[in-house]
Design a protein around this ligand. Structure first.
Ligand SMILES: NC(=O)c1ccc[n+]([C@@H]2O[C@H](COP(=O)([O-])OP(=O)(O)OC[C@H]3O[C@@H](n4cnc5c(N)ncnc54)[C@H](O)[C@@H]3O)[C@@H](O)[C@H]2O)c1
Ligand SMILES: N[C@@H](CCO)C(=O)O
Ligand code: NA
Length: 436
């Protein structure tokens, strides 16, 4: 038997309004699929007057989120406010009142997920998070249900629409970083603080949730190596293209012999890979499992209705399973604990191949010095290309691509190269991800 759902909706911005429109437009279809009606009973927002005009008359609108928690008829709270407080207090209060929670708030879950999931488990309610990771793409469902037979070995994804939009629009149009970022903000993709997007923090939030779901480990932001796209130079995007690669901001988690890797950084992806051809604000996630092997999930990771689509899917799941025994419901990330799970890896142990751009003096012996340092660190060179640097006749740039090696060895080699007199400026370091 399905349970009729009365929703208390916190926030009526991009995600809250998208959720509301879908529930209204597809009401009969959703009722049929859920087995019971799902209706919004109350909305809590900052700007009550604006939202009052946007919702039906029978929906109560107030500025106090406590109203959602104290209303005994509300059985699910949708948190679409964002940020840490009061979102955390609202979610914990809703759980305490025995209400299920649906949230799009990856920042909150990545920082406070262990506390929230534990509280929900103790109370026997759900905290559903499909909208928090890769928006419309049902990646949480795919990992928990569709791929439940697998030992997942790696997940690599483009999980920030804003960065992918910036990287592909800059490449295609030559427009400036700031101009394209402003457009992403106008389109509702960017976070309230866009540094979360461009510095890789939003990708890291989603990555720790994916890793937690796939490997049954607690969420732990401290273990993620994070680099964003703000320092990426146009010339590296161009050189990468010439070498047959696209630069994408990737979130990567791997289950390895040396622990669970968690890293977010710009990466060179071979152009022949599907992931290299994911453009604009689209997201895509590649999952490798021992049985299914490689599978790819692609779709809109941001935007009002695409994100609302995931919120409503979670509401439908809750309507179908609210009456079921807790053990019959999908497990929450940290409660599907894998007792044998490895610890998190040290970033220095990561195995990668590299792209280095090294500004050097244009004179004999320089390339030999670089090659010697690389060899002394047991790293093997895949290719070494010298570039013209027309503005300074006595200088040039070397693009050095390596085979797989260990991050700490690479960092040691870079430190040594950086000390050479013939190296004229900072060495640019990017990682390659072959995704085989
Ligand atoms: N925008 C997207 O495409 C997208 C996609 C996935 C996840 N998310 C996440 O969804 C959440 C919401 O994002 P958004 O883009 O809809 O934000 P938004 O700024 O468009 O909307 C926020 C809403 O919350 C309300 N609000 C803020 N503080 C409040 C408070 N104290 N009490 C009551 N209401 C309050 C505001 O009035 C507004 O209606 C964030 O966690 C974000 O990371 C957004
Ligand atoms: N700011 C996020 C929103 C979706 O989580 C993005 O650009 O992908
Ligand atoms: Na999703």
């Amino acid at each position: 038997m399905a349970t009729p759902i009365k929703v208390g909706l916190a926030g009526f911005g991009n995600v809250g309004s998208g959720t509301y429109s879908i529930l209204k437009r597809n009401h009969s279809l959703i009722t049929q699929r859920a087995g019971a009606p799902i209706t919004v009973k109350r909305v809590a927002v900052r700007n009550v007057d604006r939202v009052r005009k946007l919702v039906d008359e029978d929906v109560a609108v107030s500025s106090d989120w406590h109203d959602l928690v104290t209303d005994p008829e509300i059985n699910v709270v949708v948190e679409a406010i964002g940020g840490i407080e009061p979102a955390r207090s609202l979610i914990l209060a809703a759980i305490d009142a025995g209400k299920h929670v649906v949230t799009a708030n990856k920042a909150l879950l990545a920082e406070h997920g262990n506390e929230i999931f534990k509280a929900a488990e103790e109370k026997g309610v759900n905290v559903a998070l499909e909208a928090a990771v890769a928006g419309s793409i049902p990646i949480v469902k795919a990992l928990r249900e569709g791929l439940a037979a697998n030992r997942v070995s790696s997940i690599a994804g483009i999980i920030n629409g804003t960065c992918n939009f910036i990287l592909s629009t800059m490449r295609d149009t030559g427009r400036s970083f700031d101009d394209v970022l402003a457009e992403a903000q106008r389109l509702g993709y960017a976070e309230a603080d866009p540094t979360f997007d461009i510095e890789g923090i939003d990708s890291a939030h989603k990555l720790v949730l994916l890793s937690s779901i796939a490997f049954g480990v607690p969420v732990n932001m401290d273990k993620v190596h994070i680099e964003g796209i703000s320092r990426l130079e146009a010339k590296d995007i161009k050189f990468a293209e010439e070498l047959g690669y696209r630069i994408k901001l990737l979130g990567i988690t791997k289950y390895t012999d040396y622990g669970i890797e968690l890293r977010v950084h710009p990466a060179l992806v071979p152009m022949r890979r599907l992931l290299a051809n994911v453009e604009g604000a689209m997201n895509a996630v590649v999952v490798k499992g021992d049985a299914a092997e490689s599978s790819l999930y692609y779709g809109k990771g941001a935007g009002s209705e695409p994100t609302g689509s995931a919120v409503v899917a979670d509401l439908i799941d809750i309507a179908r399973t609210a009456d079921a025994n807790v053990s019959e419901r999908p497990k929450m990330p940290t409660t599907q604990h894998n007792p044998g799970a490895k610890d998190f890896a040290d970033f220095g142990d990561t195995v990668c191949s590299y792209y280095l751009r090294i500004p050097v003096d244009d004179r004999p012996g320089v390339l030999a010095d670089l090659a010697r340092i690389i060899a002394d660190n047991n790293i093997s060179i895949e290719s070494l290309i010298q570039r013209e640097a027309p503005q300074k006749e006595d200088s040039t740039e070397v693009i050095l691509m390596t085979h797989s090696t260990i991050e700490s060895l690479m960092q040691r080699a870079i430190r040594t190269m950086q000390q050479l007199k013939s190296v004229r400026g900072p060495i640019v370091v990017l990682r390659k991800e072959e995704l085989q």
